[in-house]
Design a protein around this ligand. Structure first.
Ligand SMILES: [Zn+2]
Length: 69
């Protein structure tokens, strides 16, 4: 069973929220992620990716996704 996580798209112009199964690599197949492994999510609305870490079932979005200037 792959675990999905409640996430909110971090991109400024997209407010999608929902449940996603992460990938170990950007754009890769969905995978079971263990704590503090790299986790990539792809937004089903804007199709952009972002990187996060999962710690104790909490999704931590890494900084530097698309920093506005
Ligand atoms: Zn999005």
């Amino acid at each position: 069973m792959l675990s999905s996580y409640p996430v909110a798209c971090p991109h400024d112009d997209c407010d999608w929220t929902g449940s996603l199964i992460p990938s170990l690599v950007r754009g890769g197949p969905r995978a079971e992620i263990t704590s503090l492994q790299p986790a990539w999510f792809r937004c089903p609305r804007c199709r952009r990716d972002w990187e996060a870490r999962i710690k104790d079932d909490t999704v931590i979005i890494l900084l530097g996704v698309e920093q506005g200037s």
